[in-house]
Design a protein around this ligand. Sequence first.
Ligand SMILES: *Cc1c(COP(=O)(O)O)cnc(C)c1O
Length: 413
Amino acid sequence: MKHVLCGKCVKCGKEYAAVPDLTNCECGGILEITYDYTYIKTQLTKEKLAARTERTMWRYRELLPVEETTEPTPLRVGWSPLYEEPRLAKELGLKKLWVKDDGLNPTASLKDRASAMAVAKAREAGAKVIACSSTGNAASSLAGNAAAAGLKTYIFVPSRAPKGKVAQLMTFGANVISVQGSYEETFELSKAAIDKWGWYNRNAAINPYLSEGKKTVSLEIMEQLNWEVPDYIAISVGDGCTIAGLWKGLKDLYAIGFIDKLPRLISAQAEGCCPLNRAIESGEDWYPMEENTLADSIAVGVPRNADKALMAIRESDGLVVNVSDAEIMAAQKLLGKMCGVFGEPAGVTGTAGVKKLCEQGIIGRNDTVVSVVTGNGLKDVANAIAACGEPISIPNDMELLLRAFAEKGIVVE
Ligand SMILES: *Cc1c(COP(=O)(O)O)cnc(C)c1O
């Protein structure tokens, strides 16, 4: 890879050759993939990019850590829509608001970006088996992307994972281990099994290539905005790999001169599980929290990528916001009703955070904001029904329909 320099530890600075099965630094720190931006500048221009017809994450190949000969993965990952939402912007009191619906990826979450990268690197490594632990979406995205590429998977999920995600896993033919315990315990068992059998490791805070896949979300946002930088980008945070990836993409674009400034990040967590935001607020180290929220994908009490996430939030002069489950449910309803976007609870937590910051007057009329919806609501229908209610249920009878409309106060136009 001519354009990749190395994997560099974010803690001690030690550098490693960028081999396909790269994992953590020997000091335990997480590695960051570093690039030769001078070389990349000679290879990639905005015009060249604009002329490309490939509408997937692989259109940014010059900025991705893969060999020139590595084939794009089979599923269509990336290039999710970025919707401008003037009505919701007005409702919240923002100058401009865009919603990036990453729930429209093939297995319905942003995690597809990381899993596609994992599959590409596993193929480079000549691996036949990939494994991970996950709150659910990393699992289903790995299972789907690996199935399409003909690779075998072993996947560890906490037993609380919603049925929709488990159904995806079973359908994609993964070997699924539902661990009766917290996400932390799930992670530990997966780690022990990976060490024992030597599978290719798709655990996001260990494999440094994964956030390079995730960063394509911000490469896309900026290209879709024609390189006009918004004031803020909001996203939900669990392990912290997603927000770190998002930030890396922005910094890459800045380094090659595609954007001339950097937006501020908004890190949204659930009140019942917000160890990273709490660290930012207190200025102290993070410490573990209980996993007490219905937003299962971000119920991460022991964040695995704390270093990179905290660095990203601080470097961007970012904002942190914690939202209650009720606020998450309200955001789910709002996005559905005003935008036609159906997000899972963790998927809409970024938007819930934006709404709260508007209500608190911390952001407002002069601000432009991109809010990333990270996962699709169909993954967790039980919580969507809980948030948005049950339908009118009646037999085939016009009288009963009229009565039901009257009872609900529905005025038919
Ligand atoms: C994984 C996930 C997140 C958070 O990503 P982290 O890397 O764990 O911070 C947010 N939303 C959804 C839907 C996810 O699946």
